[in-house]
Ligand binder design. Sequence first.
Ligand code: TXE
Length: 491
Amino acid sequence: MLATMTATVLPEGNLVVGDERIASSDLGRIDHTNPATGEVQASIVAAGPGEVDRAVQAARTAFAEWRTWHPGERRDVLLRLAATIEAEGERLGLIGSLENGTPIAFGALACAATPADWFRYYAGWVDKIEGRTIPVYPHDAFDFTLHEPYGVVAVLTAFNAPMGFIGLKVAAALAAGNCVVIKPSELAPFTTLAFAELCLQAGLPAGVVNVVTGDGRTGDLLVRHPGVDRITFTGGGATARSVVAAAAENLTPVTLELGGKSANLVFADADLDNAIAMAVQMGVALQSGQGCLLPTRLLVERSVYDEVVEAVVDLSENIAVGDPMDSGTLMGPLISERHCERVLGVIERAKGEGAGRLLTGGERLGGDLAKGYYVAPTVFGDVDNASALAQHEIFGPVLSVIPFDDEAEALAIANATTYGLAGFVFTADLARAHRVIRGLEAGYVSVNGFNFFPPNAPFGGWKQSGHGKEGGLEGLLEMTRVKNAYVLFEA
Ligand code: TXE
C-alpha cells in the first residue's frame, strides 16, 4: 500500500529548468530512502555542470522580463501561488512525510500552510519596496536610493524543513524581483520539486523558479557559477565553510542560516508546567531534534532542578514515537542511517566521557521501528557545559540538562558556545526577562513560549550560527541591492 502511494505521490525526481524537465545527467541519479522504512523509494537526477548552467541561464532569461512586471501583477501571482500551495496541503504534507519523516500530523502545516503564509506576506511587500530621498545641494540637484533585485539567487536548503526554507527564502527573493535556482537537500528533494510545478500552475513565468537536484557536487557547481548574483544557504557549519570558500571565487554575497545549540533558561518563578512541556516538545520531540533553533540545552535554577528533571524525563518517556504516516505520531525517524549512527555515537561518547548522567533513552529503537532510523527520546542530567555533548549540535532527540544558581551564571552558561541562533527564557519576572533578552548572545530570543516562524519577524543567527535575516523587512532587503543616484540638471 505504502509503495503504491509513494509511487503515485512522489514527483519523478527530474530537474525543473525553465519549462523543461530533465531526466538525466552526466552525474547520474541518486536513490532516495524512506527514513521510516529504510527502503529505497525513488530517485532524483544529480545535476551536473551542463544542467546547472542551463538552470542559471533560464533564470537569467526570465529575470529580464520578471523584474519589469507591474508590482501589482507580481503581487497577485505570488498571492495565487500561496493559494495554490495551500490547496495542495494534504499532498505536500504526504510528500514531506515520505521524504524526511515529518509526522503527517504536522505535514500540511509544515509543508503548505507555513510557506503559503510567507508568500502572502511577501506578496504584500512587492509594491512597497521604497527608497529614500537624500538632501543635496545645490537645490537643483536630486539624490535618491533604489532597492533593486540582484538577478539570479541560488537557494541551497537543508533536509529538515525544505518547504519552510522555500517560504523563508524564495518568497522574499521573488517579491524583490529576483529569479531563483533551488538546490534542495538530496535527503529531502521532493516537496521542492512539487513546489516548482505549483509555481508554473499558479502562473509564474517559466525560469523564475528552477530546481536542480543533487548532492554537494551539484551545490558546489551552483555556488561557483559566475551567473549567480547572490546565494542563500541553510545547512551545517562545515558545509557553510565550503560554500563561502567557493562563493569567494566570484565574491558572491552569501546569507548563512546555520546550526545552533540553543539554551532554554527556566527560572524557579516560571510556570513550570508550561516550561516543562515546551522543553520536551521543542528540546526532544520536534522533528526528532532535527531543528536548528531547538532548545537542546535546558538550564534550570537549582531550587527546582530535581522537580523539573523528573517531569522532563517522565514526559520524554511518553512521547509518541512511530511511523510518520500515523496521525498519532509526535516524533518520527532521523533522516538517514548515517545520521542515526552519528547521533548514537555522540550518546555513547558522552556516556564514556561522563559528560552527564543518562536519565532516559540513548538507544536505537527496534521492534516495528527497527527498519527505520529511530533513536529513543534521550535526556542527560547534570551535563558539563564544556563537554562535547553540550557544545556541539547533535541534530537528534538528545536533551542536555544543566543546573544554575543565579541569573549571571545562567547567562554565562548560555553564552559559552560558538553558536548564537536562539535563546529561550521562562520566568514570571518581567524585569528579569528583559535583562536576559539583552544578555543572551543570539539572534532570536523567546520568553515563556514560542512564536513559530512568523513571516513578519526577522529570523537569523549570530556568531557561528550564521548571518543575515529571513522574514520581515530585513528579509526582503537581504534580497535587494541599494543604488544611490544623484541627478543634476543645470538650471
Ligand atoms: O545540511 P548540510 P543538512 C542546519 C542544521 C544542521 C544542518 C542539517 O543545524 O547542521 O542544517 O541539514 C548542500 N557546496 N540547519 O544535513 O549537509 C546539501 O546538498 C554546496 C540550520 O541538510 O550542510 C544541502 O542541500 N552545497 C537551519 C545543503 O547544502 C553543498 C535550519 C545543506 O546540507 C555542499 C535547519 C557543498 N560543498 C537546519 N555540500 C537554520 N539556521 O535555519 C552539501 N551541500
